[in-house]
Design a protein around this ligand. Structure first.
Ligand SMILES: Nc1ncnc2c1ncn2[C@@H]1O[C@H](COP(=O)(O)OP(=O)(O)OP(=O)(O)O)[C@@H](O)[C@H]1O
Ligand SMILES: [Mg+2]
Length: 264
């Protein structure tokens, strides 16, 4: 097989906005998607007014880089709190907040998304990554679920930003009984498999997805984003090594580790 052909076998889609628009066409998926708009002065203003807390994210971002959390505050005074990594700033008006964001964003494209108040474990926020892959029979299979516990001072859970991968049994134990958790995991698998089938209609050559899911206090799952180049190695952190072994076996079979002539 030539290098060119290898490149064609696995499709990767970077744009969070393109993937969001495709998923919003599904009535089933829409109930799990936080309101998302392109960043502008008016979307910033309307979303902050409506939700009180929002995430501003680069359309082509990875590893949680450049992700900003903005919320309305009443303490120390009425205004807006902005956090990027560990830098926290306060603004007294939407206009001054917007100027700061615009200078940060420059000419890149960003989205604004309703912020979800994530569940916590030992005071730290966590979210969930579900891995879905083409199996050896070329059928979609949900192969792994793992939690990611945020660094206490960060607003993202990514491993590359100091997050700690951990089993969801450990993270959800304060929030569900074990039978509720089993039902919840089935719900996450069903949701993530549906995303894979739905995206495949538009992107026929995807082979794997990693779905980032936030869970709120009512245990409603929210799709934060869908990665088409998910890190398989995070699953090595689970005690149950059979999960990673299966993920690796499937990934190898569809050519995930072959050298590519262009990078994502
Ligand atoms: N709407 C949101 N509400 C609450 N937390 C969010 C929201 N959006 C993002 N986050 C937090 O920020 C993290 C990073 O955001 P996201 O997954 O969208 O981008 P990314 O990680 O940079 O992209 P990639 O996963 O492709 O590397 C999420 O895992 C989650 O912890
Ligand atoms: Mg992510």
């Amino acid at each position: 097989m030539s290098r060119g052909e290898i490149t064609l076998t696995i499709q990767r889609v970077q744009s969070k906005w393109a993937k969001t628009k495709v998923m919003l066409k599904s009535d089933y998926l829409r109930q799990y998607m936080p309101d998302t708009k392109l960043f502008s002065h008016s979307s910033l203003k309307s979303m902050l007014l409506e939700y009180g807390m929002i995430y501003v994210k680069p359309i082509n971002g990875t590893f949680g880089n450049g992700v900003i959390r903005v919320e309305r505050t009443f303490v120390p005074s009425i205004g807006y709190r902005y956090q990027l990594e560990q830098k926290i700033l306060f603004f007294s008006s939407i206009d001054s907040l917007y100027r700061r964001l615009a200078s940060q964003i420059k000419n890149r494209r960003y989205i604004v998304q309703k912020g979800i108040h994530l569940l916590r474990h030992q005071k730290r926020r966590f979210d969930i990554r579900v891995m879905v892959q083409k199996n050896l029979n070329n059928k979609w299979e949900a192969t792994g679920i793992i939690g990611r516990l945020a660094h206490p001072k960060k607003i993202v859970t990514n491993y590359h930003s100091g997050g700690t991968p951990m089993s969801i049994e450990m993270l959800m134990s304060d929030h569900t009984t074990s039978s509720e958790l089993a039902a919840f995991k089935n719900k996450l698998r069903k949701l993530s498999l549906n995303i894979a089938h739905h995206l495949q209609a538009t992107y026929p050559n995807i082979k794997e997805i990693g779905v980032d899911i936030a869970v709120d206090l009512k245990l409603h799952p929210w799709i934060l984003e869908v990665n088409t180049y998910p890190d398989p190695f995070i699953f090595r952190k689970l005690n149950d090594q059979s999960v990673f072994h299966k993920i690796y076996r499937y990934a190898k079979a569809y050519g995930r580790f072959k050298k590519r002539s262009n990078h994502p």
